[in-house]
Design a protein around this ligand. Structure first.
Ligand SMILES: [Zn+2]
Length: 151
């Protein structure tokens, strides 16, 4: 999902474009298409944390609004959470992450969250348990599940 290029989702009532400085270039061609189609849109480039503004902006939207978020991992994840809280579903948005993607793994014993690079074996930073990172991804937790590795 994250590595894919953004695709123009035709036929929506309105489009929202939300980016930091890093993600701007990925939205340009989409915005051009929206302008050609003469569909209403909002476009904001955020240079600092503006969660209250974004939250209010999202909550003011009507049904049929489609959202694009592009930028650094931290930015995209933060805005995505605000969007979900405001009622957007995964089918009403596309995201593009620029730069490194951070993965999380949940410990099977203490349920603590561990940040991952690309390693398959980690030691839980919360309880010290040796964990093997599985391919089981929990959308709800936004993390991979870590199992106790048996040596
Ligand atoms: Zn643990």
């Amino acid at each position: 999902m994250n590595e894919k290029e953004l695709i123009f989702s035709k036929g929506k009532r309105k489009y929202l474009f939300c980016t930091d400085i890093k993600g701007e270039e990925f939205l340009t061609s989409l915005i051009q298409q929206v302008v050609v189609e003469k569909v209403p849109y909002d476009y904001y480039i955020f240079k600092q944390e503006m969660d209250t503004f974004i939250d209010t902006w999202f909550r003011a939207q009507k049904m049929g609004t489609y959202l694009y978020i592009a930028g650094y991992w931290e930015f995209v994840k933060r805005v995505q959470k605000l969007a979900v809280d405001a009622g957007f579903t995964q089918h009403e948005m596309q995201i593009k992450i620029c730069g490194p993607i951070k993965k999380m793994a949940i410990c099977c014993r203490c349920h603590g969250v561990n940040e991952l690079a690309d390693e398959r074996q980690i030691t839980c930073m919360h309880c010290g348990l040796e964990l093997e990172v599985s391919d089981h991804y929990s959308r709800r937790l936004d993390a991979y599940l870590g199992y106790n590795s048996i040596n």
